[in-house]
Design a protein around this ligand. Structure first.
Ligand code: PEP
Ligand code: MG
Length: 758
């Protein structure tokens, strides 16, 4: 059964359209379970009816025609109860409703299971037989298992099907909507550009071309380069390999011949697809065929086919990186996985919006997008992005929604929102020189988080009073190897100089989790619970020492450096890091440098650190809370996983309690306390944090003026009253509502979220 399940999911994933996918499913299940009928009913949202979309065993002519109201028949009952119904004789059930012209009158036994995706019933999967019998438990369990797996596949196939361009109709304007996770607020209206990761066959978009001959020649050139690579490797290894191993190289060369894969690819290029798209589809179909073969030797060949495909693709993609691609005006960049490296490279002048199929609201790519002020959607997992290249879209970064081929009315509604946001921004620009002070005279210093070069200028423009977090790993990510001490010194000096005499808090390298260096891969089952932050740098003193030496040297003659340690869980880590810092200071002084010891601080990002604030306080000059990680660890919700994005709640009572506990302990030790997680950039979060007593709020430059405006509009007294009420509450959603309501009463709702179209 497991084998059958694997096969079905594989085949269905490779099906060319949703109808083919559904047909395959019913045929395979009917055969695999040895039943007489297998059918799929899917909900048509426009008519609110379950429509027969595929059947093996009932009258095929009824497909697409026969349907049941949502409250009708046993199919309706399965959907309503959201659980299987297994009947010996369906006709005798009170809910039975005969499906006209289907020919189902001959069949008595009935087993229906719901098809559920993200808690929503999409349809019902049914098997039937003439004989009056109850399907046994294992059959029921099998159907439930397969239905649970197929739900996501069906959603994806439906979405892709709707996206594929039909030559006669062109693109219709139907406001097709896809839901993701809000990444960075704002609205963008523009044209999609898909960037595919290098040599990733599954992420290549389809693109129409007109100059077929040039494209074929381009493909043949790439192919020839792969052939010559194979011949070269084969010759080099000829003495070391056995004859049968050597023969494999000949197999690869044969696979690349015109009457094999190459011929198929050229055929598809001639049909009008570009070489990368043609290659990707041919490789994927051939690999699928091999993967489904019974013979284990032949099954293994699937990975050879994919490997060859990747090699050809790599040559086709030379010079195809985000920096080199031509962007149209108002480009909306779509990537399978948006990374800080892509964001560091992409030219920003024409960039209007960003979409990442993977990742979530607090992934580092989203955090950077917010600091760049570019509307972004993350975790839009059902988006068939390979069909989206050059399509017109509206990106709603407030709600995390994407509309493909939008209607004029919708474009106009969103244009109004864009205008309103521009007015809000213009109003906020006037606050630059004014202090962040509450109406009852309490001063709240607002600092910024930086990482990209452009952040510095943006931060100064918006009146930042210091840098509360400089993510040093970002410049490390856009390179091919670790930057040298001199290179780092130059990068750090720019930050320190631009802000001097204001403080600049440099965090030591915080890699691991969702931040990978291409030249220092960390492969782990649980990266967020693994080798991250200070754990890596303490294990690699040569990397740590170079970094702190570069920081200390960059600070010569300026004196505004503060060094901050990430992901600390125990005081021993702090002691060890401080010893290394002292060593670096001594060495540099011996080398003749004028080194001032900088202030040192720790980040509170893990629950273990929450309960050691006082111990840390005795060892350091400042403490800064990383609420992004702290929330993920307290709630056990991966900040990078869109499937649990709705469970990642900064206003969760447990998170608020932890933040308040940290504030109380830090006050008792009189240590400076700041926060540099995204919560400080949220208008409601900022109100609560200042009421808790956080001395400094550090946030992305984009949101700084909004937060300043909020602080200048309320009194500390009001903020404390709000905090007191919130701390009594036990429901994050209700807390969120109360905060929105408070902002509304203060006349500040325009600063959080505009009224969006439904
Ligand atoms: C945090 O975890 O809140 C933080 C500021 O660090 P980062 O987002 O870079 O992990
Ligand atoms: Mg962190």
């Amino acid at each position: 059964m497991l084998e059958l399940l694997r096969k079905i999911v594989q085949e269905v994933s490779a099906a060319s359209n949703v109808e083919a996918a559904l047909k395959l499913i019913v045929r395979r299940i009917q055969r695999g379970m040895n039943t007489e009928v297998c059918s799929i009913f899917l909900l048509d949202e426009s008519t609110e009816r379950f429509v027969l979309r595929a059947t093996q065993g009932l009258n095929r002519k009824a497909v697409g025609r026969a349907s049941l109201a949502t409250s009708e028949g046993i199919v309706g009952l399965v959907a309503k109860r959201a659980e299987p119904i297994n009947l010996e004789d369906a006709e005798s059930h009170p809910a039975f409703c005969y499906l006209k012209d289907s020919g189902e009158e001959r069949f008595h036994s009935f087993l229906g299971v719901p098809i559920i995706h993200h808690r929503e019933v999409l349809g019902v999967l049914v098997v039937q037989q003439q004989e009056c019998r109850r399907f046994d438990e294992s059959e029921e369990a099998f159907l439930v298992t397969i239905s649970a797996q197929l739900a996501a596949v069906i959603v994806h196939a439906e979405a892709s099907g709707a996206m594929v361009e039909s030559p006669e109709s062109g693109h219709k304007t139907i406001d097709r909507r896809f839901e993701g996770v809000p990444g960075a607020p704002g609205v963008a209206i523009g044209q999609v550009v898909v960037v595919s990761p290098q040599a990733n066959l599954d992420a290549v978009p389809n693109k129409r071309i007109t100059d077929v001959d040039t494209e074929v020649a381009f493909f043949e050139n790439a192919l020839e380069r792969v052939r010559s690579d194979i011949r070269r490797v084969s010759a080099k290894l000829s003495r070391r390999l056995r004859h049968d191993e050597q023969a494999l190289f000949d197999v690869y060369l044969k696979m690349l011949e015109d009457n094999a894969l190459a011929g198929e690819v050229v055929g598809r290029i001639r049909d009008g697809n570009w070489a990368q798209g043609a290659l990707s589809s041919v490789i994927s179909e051939n690999a699928q065929q091999f993967a489904m073969m019974e013979d284990p030797y032949l099954r293994e060949r699937a990975s050879d086919v994919r490997d060859l495909g990747r090699r050809v693709l790599a040559y086709l993609q030379e010079g195809d990186g985000p920096r080199t691609i031509e962007l149209p005006d108002n480009a909306i960049l779509v990537a399978d996985e948006l990374s800080p490296a892509i964001l560091g490279e992409v030219p920003q002048d024409k960039l209007a919006g960003l979409i990442s199929v993977k990742g979530s609201g607090n992934s580092h790519a989203a955090i950077l997008a917010r600091s760049m002020g570019i509307p972004t959607i993350m975790g839009i997992v059902d988006l068939p992005y390979r069909h989206l290249h050059e399509r017109q879209v509206i990106l709603d970064g407030f709600a995390g929604r994407l509309y493909v081929d939008p209607s004029e009315e919708l474009v106009s509604a969103y244009q109004d929102i864009v205008k309103e946001q521009q007015e809000v921004a213009a109003g906020l620009a006037q606050l630059k020189e004014l202090p962040a002070v509450t109406t009852d005279g309490e001063r709240v210093p607002l600092w910024v988080n930086t990482g990209l070069l452009a952040d510095v200028e943006r931060s100064l423009e918006r009146g930042a009073e210091g840098i509360g977090l400089y993510r040093t790993e970002i410049p490390f990510m856009v390179r091919d190897f670790f930057p040298s001490e001199q290179e780092q010194l130059e990068i750090y000096r720019r930050q320190l100089e631009a802000f001097a005499p204001r403080p600049v808090t440099m965090r030591t390298l915080d890699i691991g989790g969702d931040k990978a260096l291409p030249y220092f891969p960390i492969e782990e089952e649980n990266p967020f619970l693994g080798w991250r932050g200070i754990r890596v740098t303490l294990d690699h003193p040569e990397i740590f020492l170079v970094q702190i030496r570069a920081m200390l040297r960059a600070n010569e003659g300026l004196g505004n450096l503060r060094i901050m340690l990430p992901m600390v869980t125990s005081v021993q880590e702090v002691d060890e890091a401080k010893r290394m810092l002292e060593r670096a200071i001594t060495e540099l002084r011996e080398e003749g440098h004028q080194i001032d010891p900088p202030e040192v601080g720790v980040m509170i990002e893990v629950p273990a650190a929450v309960y050691q604030v006082k111990r840390f306080a005795k060892r350091v000059d400042f403490i800064s809370v990383g609420s992004n990680d702290l929330a993920q660890y307290i709630l056990a919700v991966d900040r990078n996983n869109p499937r649990v994005a709705n469970l990642y709640m900064a206003y969760h009572p447990a998170v608020l309690r932890a933040l308040e506990h940290i504030a109380r302990e830090a006050q008792q030790e009189s240590v400076q306390l700041s926060i540099c997680g995204e919560m400080a950039a949220d208008p409601g979060g900022a109100m609560l944090l200042m009421a808790m007593g956080y001395d400094v709020l550090s946030m992305n430059a984009t949101n700084l003026p909004r937060v300043k405006s909020i602080i200048r509009s309320i009194s500390m007294q009001q903020a404390r009253e709000l905090l007191e009420t919130v701390l009594q509450m036990d429901d994050a959603e209700k807390i969120q509502q109360l905060i929105s309501q408070t902002l509304k009463q203060l006349g500040l709702s325009r600063l959080s979220q505009p009224q969006l179209p439904d």
